[in-house]
Design a binder for this molecule. Structure first.
Ligand code: NAI
Length: 328
């Protein structure tokens, strides 16, 4: 089977090659999958994509014409693939459902700690030998209420971590996780109540039609003044314009994001000499109480190794005609 890996990044290639052990003929390209780059898949049986790649209707139709039968996602999220169309065209799609929920939850916790304790500003001062401590006051996490929106695999680890800090946990999900209630005394509440009660809100939901702009001005209105919001899920779960307004009027105390609504075409690239013409991002980036990382929550050795292993297993199941348990 010939496999084309789109959006291949230098750091992940060794993990995929090590796991492949020469089983498949893999070609790596830096380009993201778009309707323009779809034609690069001519002659390949399978393609392998990540969150910045787009497998929309038109792209899938082109891929079908070019003979592509399989799409192996190197991600857990699959909001970038039109699954209905893929099914219609008989293109099989599989994801990596759980590669390391620890990587993402620990990154969410890192964003929270860095923002609350103003680590970036503190270190910036120390680099200039300025040891002044003014305006660096944070708050104890102990006894604060953390609202976990989406208590699946990643949200559950976030609950464990925040429980370790002595936080009170409240959660919102369409399905309750009884273990979190038992182990960490997490209380399930409505999203409205979660917004009203939480000092910190952390998002761990997939992006779909029900979660698009889930956090908007109405939800923000209900929140405590000074709330810290952390988003490592998908950018569009937040209405970023409404979030920016609330940061400007100081309703939101701080924002930590690893994902951004308009990140496609921006994230994963070095644009230092070609600053993106994206006002929302420029405004967020200029705020001292906003901490942005470029979709790198998954960047741990364990996660990359697990992604590579499951991706190769997905391809192997298809090539050997076995049932692929990760098929979507
Ligand atoms: P999961 O499927 O284990 O958990 C998601 C939870 O959200 C489930 O408990 C589900 O019931 C809940 N949910 C779904 N729709 C909902 C709705 N409309 N309202 C309330 N709850 C709803 O997924 P996991 O592994 O915890 O990942 C969560 C998300 O994190 C992924 O979908 C992905 O988009 C994102 N992610 C981000 C990464 C990054 O590098 N920043 C890496 C991996 C995942």
């Amino acid at each position: 089977m010939k496999v084309l890996v789109y959006s291949a990044k230098e750091f992940e290639i060794p993990f995929l090659e090590k796991e492949n052990k020469g089983k498949f003929k893999i070609t790596f390209i830096e380009d993201a999958l778009t309707s323009e780059t779809a034609m690069k898949a001519v002659g390949f049986d399978a393609i392998c994509i990540f969150s910045g790649d787009t497998a929309s209707n038109i792209v899938l139709e082109k891929l079908k014409d070019f003979g592509v039968k399989y799409i192996a996602l190197r991600s857990a999220g699959y909001d970038n693939v039109n699954l209905l169309t893929a099914k219609k065209l008989n293109i099989k799609v599989a994801n990596v459902p759980a590669y390391s929920p620890y990587a993402i939850a620990e990154h969410a916790a890192s964003l929270l700690l860095a923002l609350n304790r103003k680590l970036i500003e503190s270190n910036r001062r120390v680099k200039r030998y300025n040891f002044n401590l003014n305006n660096l006051i944070g708050f104890d996490l102990n006894n604060k209420t953390v609202g976990i929106v989406g208590t699946g695999k990643i949200g559950a680890i976030m609950a464990k971590i925040m429980n370790g800090f002595g936080c009170n946990l409240i959660g919102y999900d369409i399905e309750e996780n009884k273990e979190l209630i038992r182990n960490y005394k997490l209380k399930y509440v409505s999203l409205q109540n979660l917004c009203e009660q939480a000092d910190i809100i952390t998002l761990h939901l997939p992006l779909n039609k029900d979660t698009f702009h889930l956090i908007d001005e109405e939800k923000i209105e209900a929140m405590k003044p000074g709330v810290i919001i952390i988003n490592t899920a998908r950018g569009a779960v937040l209405n970023t314009e409404h979030i920016l307004d609330a940061l400007e009027n100081k309703k939101i105390g701080a924002l930590g994001i690893d994902v951004y609504e308009n990140e496609k075409g921006i994230f994963f690239k070095d644009l230092s000499n070609n600053i993106p013409n994206d006002n929302l991002l420029l405004k967020l980036n200029a705020m001292p109480n906003v901490l942005i990382t470029g979709h790198h929550a998954y960047l741990t050795a364990e996660a990359l190794s697990n992604i590579a292993e499951t991706t190769i297993n997905n391809l192997e199941s298809w090539s050997s005609g076995k049932v692929n348990i990760n098929e979507l």
